[in-house]
Design a protein around this ligand. Structure first.
Ligand code: T3D
Length: 259
């Protein structure tokens, strides 16, 4: 694996760390490839029950590396080959993905974070839809995530003005789950990822799917989706264990195994 993304295991959590701090973790081809490989591994390996995406340095990620020579030729192709598969990999992974934003997250770097299920940010972090400053539109899912997270008015403001949004504003506006002290962000994020990794993984995967489908379905369709996914969840050993533990008044021990 390329060293612009460091990978390590913390129990059932796969930790991915963007590691190009001198370039504000701006994304280049090898970084995309490494992330692609890591999410493929997370999908295949049953012992991985949550992913934590984080970064080193003063930026979480400044988006596409604007100095990479290949970039300007065809941005549509760049999205097709790089950013879109990454966003899809995160959203379709049937396991929770936590993101810890420890510094500025700009352009596709911000939207990479927003693709994750639980987004945490250090108090000094900032989110910038920087695209407008270089004549582009939010990509990597930004035009889909933003209005759903913060509403249309704020989404348009963020995209069109490209102003920094502080971590506290991001929490207040529903852009992220929580703003945390810079000093404890890394540790807190790992604790949350480990907590998620100990939960009923199949159910969490079904939740991800249900929430994403809800964006394009009627209530009727969504009720059917819930029925189908709940049927699946109800067949898992974790449902059995959850109910048994409840009756026996003890903490459940979930394995994350499929039905
Ligand atoms: O192209 C395609 O494939 C299509 C997809 C596009 C997706 C995108 O992500 S487009 C958006 C790309 N990102 C941006 O437009 C953000 C550009 N960067 C910034 O706006 C600012 O640098 C930051 C707000 C992120 C941070 O500002 P600040 O003042 O804290 O730092 P700085 O001085 O601007 O940057 C520090 C260094 O990082 C600097 O290099 P130097 O002068 O020290 O050698 C700067 O050039 C470099 N840097 C920051 N962002 C990028 C970058 N280098 C390459 N690419 C970057 N995106």
């Amino acid at each position: 694996m390329d060293d612009t993304v460091l990978t390590r295991r913390e129990g059932s959590v796969l930790v991915l760390t963007l590691n190009r701090p001198d370039k504000m973790n701006a994304l280049i081809g090898p970084t995309h490839q490494a992330l692609h490989d890591a999410f493929a591994l997370a999908a295949e390996d049953d012992s991985v029950r949550a992913v934590l995406l984080t970064a080193v340095g003063r930026a979480f990620c400044a988006g596409q590396d604007l100095t990479e020579p290949a970039v300007a030729e065809d941005l549509g192709r760049a999205l097709d080959e790089r950013f879109n598969p990454l966003t899809r990999a995160i959203r379709s992974l049937p396991k929770p993905v936590v993101c810890a934003v420890q510094g500025v997250a700009a352009g596709a770097g911000a939207n990479l974070a927003l693709a994750c299920d639980i987004v945490l940010a250090g108090r000094s972090a900032r989110f910038i839809q920087a695209f407008v400053h270089i004549g582009l539109i939010p990509d990597a899912g930004g035009t889909w995530f933003l209005p759903r997270l913060v509403g249309d008015a704020r989404a348009r403001g963020m995209a069109m003005l490209g102003e920094p949004v502080s971590a506290q504003q991001a929490e207040d506006q529903g852009l992220i789950w929580r703003c945390l002290p810079d000093e404890t962000l890394a540790e807190d994020a790992l604790v949350i990822a480990q907590r998620l990794a100990a939960l009923p993984t199949q159910a969490l995967g079904h939740m991800k799917r249900a929430f994403d489908l809800a964006a394009s379905q009627t209530l009727d369709q969504q009720l059917d989706t819930e029925r189908d996914l709940q049927r699946e969840a109800g067949r898992t050993p974790d449902f059995n264990e959850g109910v048994r533990a409840f009756v026996e008044k003890r903490a459940p021990v979930f394995t994350g195994r499929p039905a």
